[in-house]
Design a binder for this molecule. Structure first.
Ligand code: SF4
Length: 504
């Protein structure tokens, strides 16, 4: 009889070979449906079969709690439960052998003090719980442009990395368009339809992207050609068709918080962005691209800290600075194709300096100093009436930020800040907490709007008459400049007054 061994063995996935690639589906998840659809296009472009995990549902929290440790943060519990649900569904549909041999799961990790560096450990607990330790789970490094999973079946090459970066950028830009438009749309549901159509156009473009060159050649092709700019210009025509009514004062609410929680759209964060819109707010969503920008700039800041000890300091600084500049320039080039309606990326140096008196930037983990930096950035640049910070239950980095915010609020009492703890199963509490601050934000939005009307001496009837003669003003893609107000409606009144020659 064979002896049973109780010796601990670390999880090591079986190799994924090139021969298996045509019939093996890469599972992945963690972003919005827009980002995930575009990532699917980028992966298919490189010859992979890919499928996002189903969108997070409330049940994933319960499933996750069954498999991983009870002290895990809420994003880990939700995502681990989501993976478990997806694998159980595949097993039910296609059988156990299919789960093992025809699917792999790919996730990213990064070194850091928070659980993000250990997500894969939780996923491994899921595989143990499902008795699926021979299912293949691969962890990629977020900062490596080129890497491969054992067996060579999954190769992260320059063309794939750049495809994924553009997928992320375009997912962010469409999301910004969506949240800037939907609260003001005249025909209900039109924005959602245009979002779906836009994503499909961009998915096809990503899927059909020509693969030119391998390394430097491919890099140059991406930065020198207008392949994706043209795709976005095509998408812009869809948005041109949406009519908006900007004469509705709405509180602008900037969403910040832990990476997964702030990006997510669904039960994982009580669908709080949609809920805010239903309450009369305009949401400023957090782009995924800010996170990558943070990681790139942190390399630069760390280098600057170590200046006396670094060989070839200026050369290294130049290389990272160029890379950081190019990253932002590319994002701006794509934004321009959508008439600059999506928001620009905030300056990482400014975020760091704004947060510095309250949160040391080398305290990495979670969003680090960015939560405080973003809140103060929104206030200083008159970007939002209030900041809604989504803090996961069981998250140490976020707890530190929320604690440090006490001093920030003492120094900036005018900042409207709503930290919402998300446990996944107590939405009434979260909504009511948010509602308290939102009431004041709505009051400020209304006050700004009325002030703009008074300042310009315009009546709503006069503005509407002017709009009838200049229908381009009512397009979702019409860019309204900023006149020093936070609210969209107040800035719009000022803009119309300027066009009418009535700005006093
Ligand atoms: S930042 Fe917080 S919620 Fe996110 S993975 Fe780390 S510990 Fe979990």
């Amino acid at each position: 009889m064979e002896a049973v061994s109780f010796e601990y063995k670390a999880y090591k996935p079986r190799p994924f070979t090139k021969e298996e690639r045509p019939y093996t589906t890469i599972l992945f998840g963690g972003l919005t449906f827009k980002h995930e659809r575009l990532i699917t296009g980028a992966l298919e472009n490189m010859g992979y079969k890919a499928k996002p995990l189903p969108n997070i549902e409330r049940i994933d929290l319960d499933i996750g709690k069954e498999y991983i440790d009870v002290g895990a943060c809420c994003p880990t519990t939700f995502t681990a439960g989501n993976l478990a649900r997806a694998l159980m569904d595949i097993e039910k549909r296609e059988g156990r052998d299919a789960v093992r041999d025809r699917y792999i799961f790919v996730t990213v990790g990064a070194c850091g003090p928070c659980r993000f560096g250990q997500y894969h450990e939780s996923y491994e607990r899921v595989l143990e719980g499902l008795n699926l330790r021979d299912f293949r789970l691969f962890l990629l490094d977020l900062l490596q442009l080129e890497q491969s999973a054992e067996g060579g079946g999954l190769e992260v090459s320059m063309p794939l990395t750049l495809g994924l970066v553009y997928a992320m950028f375009m997912g962010d830009l469409i999301t910004d368009m969506e949240y800037a438009t939907r609260p003001y749309e005249v025909k209900k549901g039109q924005t959602d339809q245009v979002v779906k159509d836009s994503v499909e156009v961009l998915y096809e473009r990503l899927k059909k992207r020509p693969i030119v060159g391998k390394k430097l050649g491919n890099f140059l092709w991406h930065i020198l050609t207008d392949y994706f700019v043209d795709a976005l210009k095509e998408v812009k025509k869809l948005w041109d068709e949406i009519e908006v009514d900007r004469l509705q004062p709405k509180a602008r609410v900037k969403i910040t918080g832990e990476f997964w929680l702030q990006t997510h759209e669904g039960d994982g964060n009580y669908n709080i962005k949609r809920w805010l819109e239903e309450q009369g707010a305009e949401v400023i969503p957090p782009p995924v691209a800010v996170w990558m920008d943070y990681l790139i700039n942190m390399e630069l800041f760390k280098l600057e800290d170590a200046k006396p000890f670094v060989k070839n300091y200026y050369l290294k600084k130049l290389a990272i600075s160029f890379f950081a500049w190019l990253y932002r320039r590319t994002y701006d080039k794509l934004r321009k194709a959508l008439n600059n309606i999506p928001n620009p990326l905030p300056s990482q140096r400014e975020l760091k300096e704004l947060a510095r008196p309250y949160f040391y930037y080398r305290l990495a983990g979670g969003e680090g100093h960015m939560l405080i930096g973003k809140a103060l950035y929104a206030l200083k640049h008159k970007q939002a009436h209030m900041v809604c910070e989504l803090s996961p239950y069981g998250c140490l980095p976020n707890t530190m930020s929320v604690g440090a915010m006490a001093k920030v609020l003492a120094d900036y009492p005018e900042l409207l800040y709503a930290p919402i703890e998300i446990k996944g199963d107590s939405e009434v509490h979260a909504y009511s907490r948010c509602q308290m601050v939102l009431t004041e934000a709505k009051r400020r939005a209304k006050e700004g709007f009325e002030q703009a009307l008074e300042r310009t001496g315009l009546s709503l009837e006069e503005i509407r008459d002017f709009e009838e003669k200049h229908p381009q003003l009512k397009r979702a893609t019409y860019k309204v400049p900023n006149y020093g107000y936070v609210g969209t409606s107040a800035n719009y009144v000022m803009h119309v007054a300027k066009l009418m020659g009535r700005l006093r």
